[in-house]
Design a protein around this ligand. Structure first.
Ligand code: MG
Length: 174
């Protein structure tokens, strides 16, 4: 168990770490995903530098009734084990959606990005220091998630995987 000085590399999944073969935004089946270019090298690099690697993904399709939690877990397991070679320490997903017909999937929106619940859960489970952590994403909700959670830096996916110097992540709010 890492101590609470461990920084994390938080990563959005869809459009950041992976895309689909079918052209969908989110994979609906385990086979329909691939790592985006440059991702594996960055995961290895940050792991070697002592960062915990944490995926944080909104999967509102669960709340909308299109996927089950077991489906999402199977999809993410293939990502973690097969595509990312076991480099993720943790992948958290939010099954909630504000328009869900099911109260249980509508009411805990604290877990849905841009709200910070998944960052706090990861901090609890892994003993993370959010202030020295980095969030990488492709949506405004990812940037806001980082800010609300007190994650020290936010970097857009394109810059992080293709060009930006990894030692100089952009500050949140810049
Ligand atoms: Mg995304």
């Amino acid at each position: 168990m890492p101590d609470s000085t461990t920084p994390a590399l938080f990563l959005d999944l869809d459009g950041t770490v992976r895309d689909t073969l079918s052209g969908r935004v989110h994979p609906m089946e385990p086979w329909d995903q691939r790592l985006r270019p440059g991702v594996l090298a960055r995961l290895r690099e940050y792991r070697a530098r002592g960062y915990a690697i944490v995926g944080v993904t909104n999967q509102g399709a669960v709340g909308l009734g299109w996927l089950s939690e077991a489906d999402v877990e199977e999809i993410n397991q293939r990502l973690a084990n097969d595509l990312a070679h076991g480099l993720f320490d943790l992948i958290l997903y939010s099954p909630y959606h504000p328009h869900s017909r099911y109260p249980a999937y509508r009411d805990q929106s604290h877990w849905r990005k841009p709200n910070p619940g998944m960052a706090f859960e990861a901090r609890e489970r892994l003993g993370l220091d959010l202030g020295t952590s980095i969030m990488v994403g492709d949506m405004e909700s990812d940037r806001l998630f980082a800010r609300k959670a007190g994650i020290g830096s936010f970097v857009w996916a394109g810059a992080f995987f293709h060009g930006a110097a990894p030692d100089e992540p952009r500050a949140v709010g810049e």
